[in-house]
Design a protein around this ligand. Structure first.
Ligand SMILES: NC(=O)c1ccc[n+]([C@@H]2O[C@H](COP(=O)([O-])OP(=O)(O)OC[C@H]3O[C@@H](n4cnc5c(N)ncnc54)[C@H](OP(=O)(O)O)[C@@H]3O)[C@@H](O)[C@H]2O)c1
Length: 268
């Protein structure tokens, strides 16, 4: 499986369009969106500007159905709304953003995604923040395996249970918040110095070494450029073992976050 570097789009609305245009300019071709980030129209504006001289097929556009829509059994409408907001006629990938507290609701939503894929409206279907057993339930109940699980991942948050299950079953793992928590981590700073790259370079390299597609977000033009260009380095066994040893399972986004609070967070 080929892992890819993905540009994350959870950012302030006023900075979104210029950030996407900058990301396209420096070379990002994979984009992670979500309905709940509230900025898909702005992202669409940037894409449509870019499509004037470039082809739609050259970029991978992924979005996510929010849990409230899963619970309201409104997955198809949610996907149609995403297409309308971004102003595109298909999605390269769609994920269920966070598991519902009711797994039967997830199953209904999963069945809708399967139908959307059969119709060609979405090319890949997957989940985000799902546990192994939740994935198995969707898979065994329908015979259709989620192709992606997007999870929080960084040197201080390595969920081996999820990663091993996914890689053993040919499910792509996408890692989010790969850098935000480790900018001041002296362990990661040391290894970046030793390898002659940046913190971001180490986090990208580590994710890729673990067969994880790294997602990085920034709305700062210089960071967007350096994050794309900072070298991916070959980590030797000693470096890898060291990075694995600093895991403390520290989430930025709590797995147990009540959905109401999460809504409030994203609306800020
Ligand atoms: N599935 C989910 O539940 C979920 C949850 C969270 C995130 N995500 C996805 O993952 C993406 C990334 O997540 P994230 O934003 O939490 O984490 P991140 O990409 O690890 O960190 C982004 C933060 O780091 C800063 N930053 C980036 N590059 C920098 C650099 N070179 N130097 C200094 N600061 C830098 C950014 O500020 P500046 O803008 O100033 O550069 C921003 O504050 C999101 O945009 C979203 O697409 C998914």
């Amino acid at each position: 499986m080929k892992n890819k570097l993905i540009f994350g789009t959870m950012m302030k609305h006023e900075k979104t369009t210029s950030a996407i245009l900058k990301a396209l300019e420096v070379g990002y071709r994979n984009f992670d969106l979500a309905q709940i980030y509230g900025n898909q129209k702005l992202i669409g504006e940037a894409f449509n500007q870019w499509f004037k001289t470039n082809k739609r097929e050259e970029i991978f556009i992924q979005s996510k159905v929010w849990t409230k829509d899963i619970d309201k059994n409104d997955t198809v409408n949610a996907v149609n709304k995403i297409l309308e907001e971004v102003n595109i006629d298909y999605l390269d990938s769609i994920l269920l953003h966070r598991p519902s507290l009711n797994l039967e609701n997830d199953l209904q939503a999963w069945k809708e995604l399967i139908k959307l894929k059969e119709k060609g409206i979405v090319k890949q279907i997957g989940v985000s923040n799902y546990e192994k057993d939740q994935i198995i339930y969707l898979w065994k109940s329908t015979g259709v395996k989620p192709e992606i699980n997007q999870i929080e991942f960084s040197p201080i948050n390595q969920r081996y249970d999820r990663i091993t299950f996914a890689t053993e079953n040919d499910i792509e793992v996408q890692g989010y918040t790969i850098v935000a928590q480790v900018f001041n981590d002296h362990n990661v700073i040391d290894i970046a110095k030793k390898q002659n790259t940046s913190i971001v370079g180490i986090c990208k390299s580590f994710a890729l070494e673990m067969q994880i597609s790294p997602i990085i977000s920034s709305s700062n033009s210089d960071h967007i450029t350096s994050n794309f260009n900072d070298p991916i380095v070959k980590l030797n066994e000693q470096d890898l073992n060291y990075l694995k040893s600093i895991n403390i399972y520290k989430n930025k986004f709590s797995e147990m976050y009540p959905i109401a609070l999460l809504d409030e967070y994203y609306q800020k």
